[in-house]
Design a protein around this ligand. Structure first.
Ligand code: PEP
Ligand code: MG
Length: 552
């Protein structure tokens, strides 16, 4: 058996299965002379037909939004004008790959010029072009694999667009070469409830079909595991699930101290699962999905309709809406500029509202409109607040729309250190540990190579959480954690011990967090928090707390 490979672990479970790799788009080869233009034109048409057939078949197998997206893609690829244009270029002597690329690029330019909805489809055309060129060259189709059985997805990295079509019933685990503990892959893995290993240099060597056993908790991937090792892991999984299944309802410690357990919501397809989860509401509604892949911001009516759906699904429960967090890892052409040297330190989050006040105004109006006829308790918070003045201005704007509860995310160390002042205008807080770690340690959250600094067990990060939680408690303001830290059952205990009043995570993470809380008293949580804060580093902090938990 080969030595295991390692990366940054995400999640708490383990899963075994065969590898299926995400194929990158093949680069366009150098132009070549064409001996048989008629044959080349026929090959071009055949490649397009094959892409259409493939997409139609996948649409028939998929369901819901995924199926609709694939069917729409198939229709675009089937456009006869496109095939005629590509075939005509081939007949004039352009080689097949370039004939396809040129034809698609012509369509693309027309869509971009048309603007609005059409311009937003340009990226879809790029994907179709890559698929058609791959077909013509006899290469594997780029994008998500479809081996026809459950698999461990291995990729360089996963972008939000790649993941819209991921089928949680098929993906057993995720392994990526790049990415850190707060990367989109990590967030996605938690949403799917599957183990993942990110920032894994060895992922490059994992070939299609190889059997692996992925351990999310410690970031280890066993290669060609023995049946006994797979059985042991499955056994542990069963025990873990059984323990979690023993607890239901609102979060509370063993001695009854309430800790609201909430879900993070970031995409429309997550809504049903989130609403059905045993949770007291939404602790972080990431509204960016409405704005992504768009050339222009959606209008008030479109936004209101989307928010209404979420509020209806959570009738009678809390929904914390975060206003648009554009910039850095979430660039949007109409809200952010491409010419900043350090986008993570640039005009992002709430700062975009200072440059374009209408963007926030429209969003707040849409939230207020949707909240009006809903029984959901709608709280609204701003991302990337740095100074009390920003929080006060934001809160005033929220209240001007008749929305009763305005809050701030604590993601910038300056805000954590001045939570007492922010409390003068804010009704509540939510700590975003992903960005708070990034800014406290000056470490890009997307870089796997800096994972050690971004580890949410870093005592300095916990010290910032402690400062903010204490200030919020003194002023009677609820303060939650909605970053990835809240999904780790051991760390959740520490956060509660530090004074955090709610935890928001992917629905799949909540049962284990609930079980950890239910089996520890508040005094024990405080003891664990003390130990975590006193540790010299993240590894010691995590190790000490975990071993203390298992000793009980
Ligand atoms: C965070 O920064 O911790 C957070 C919850 O926000 P996001 O991950 O969307 O930036
Ligand atoms: Mg953030």
């Amino acid at each position: 058996m080969s030595d295991p490979i390692r990366g940054i672990g995400v999640g708490t479970g383990s899963a075994a299965g065969p590898v299926a790799r995400m194929a990158p788009a093949a680069p366009l080869p150098a132009p070549r002379a064409v001996a048989d233009p008629a044959g080349e034109a026929a090959a071009v048409r055949a490649a397009l037909r094959a892409v259409v057939t493939d997409l139609d078949e996948r649409a028939a197998r998929a369901s819901g939004t995924g199926s609709e997206v694939l069917a729409a893609q198939a229709m675009m690829a089937a456009d006869p004008v496109l095939a005629d244009r590509a075939a005509a270029l081939a007949e004039q002597g352009t080689d097949g790959a370039h004939a396809l690329a040129d034809a698609f690029d012509g369509f693309r330019a027309a869509l971009v010029t048309a603007g609005g909805y059409f311009a937003e489809r340009a990226a879809d055309l790029d994907d179709l072009r890559d698929r058609a060129v791959a077909r013509l060259l006899g290469l594997p189709a780029p994008g998500l694999p479809d081996p026809g059985h459950p698999y461990v997805l291995v990729a360089d990295d996963l972008a939000p667009a790649d993941t819209a079509l991921l089928d949680p019933g098929r993906v057993l685990a995720l392994v990526t070469l790049r990415g850190g503990p707060t990367s989109h892959t990590a967030i996605l893995a938690k949403a799917l409830g599957v183990p993942a290993v990110v920032g894994c240099a060895g992922a490059a060597e994992l070939e299609d079909g190889r059997r692996v056993l992925v351990h999310g908790a410690d970031g280890v991937i066993e290669l060609d595991p023995s049946p006994a090792a797979v059985e042991r892991a499955a056994d542990r999984e069963r025990r873990r699930r059984d323990l979690s299944a023993g607890f239901r309802g609102p979060g509370r410690t063993a001695d009854g101290h309430p800790v609201a357990l909430l879900v993070n919501l970031g995409a429309p397809h997550e809504l049903t699962g989130a609403a059905d989860a045993d949770a007291e509401g939404v602790g972080l509604f990431r509204t960016e999905f409405l704005f992504l892949d768009r050339a222009e911001a959606p209008g008030r009516a479109e936004q209101a309709a989307a928010y209404r759906k979420v509020f209806a699904a959570f009738a009678g429960r809390r929904v914390v809406v975060r206003t648009l967090d554009a910039g850095a890892d979430k660039p949007l052409p109409f809200a952010t500029t491409a010419d900043e040297e350090n986008p993570a330190l640039g005009v992002r989050g709430l700062r975009t509202a200072a440059r374009d006040p209408q963007l926030l105004e429209t969003q707040l109006a849409a939230i207020a409109e949707a909240a009006e006829d809903s029984t959901a308790h709608v709280w609204v918070m701003a991302p990337m607040v740095s100074v009390p003045r920003e929080a006060a201005e934001f809160a005033a704007r929220v209240r001007a729309h008749g929305l009763p509860s305005a809050g701030a995310m604590i993601e910038v160390p300056a805000a954590a250190l001045r939570t007492d002042r922010l409390a003068e205008s804010c009704d509540f807080f939510s700590i975003g540990t992903n960005d708070l770690a990034q800014y406290a340690f000056a470490a890009d959250r997307t870089l796997g190579s800096l994972a050690e600094l971004l580890d949410p067990w870093q005592p300095a990060l916990l010290a910032l959480v402690s400062t903010a939680a204490r200030a919020a408690a003194e002023r009677g303001r609820p303060i939650g954690v909605c970053g990835e830290a809240a999904a780790d059952p051991a760390l959740a205990l520490v956060l509660v011990g530090l004074g955090v009043t709610s935890l928001s995570a992917a629905p799949a993470s909540l049962p284990e967090v609930r079980a950890a809380l239910a089996t520890h008293t508040l005094a024990e949580c405080r003891e664990l928090a003390e130990l975590a804060l006193l540790a010299d580093d993240a590894v010691t902090s995590r190790g000490t707390v975990r071993s203390r938990m298992t000793e009980r």
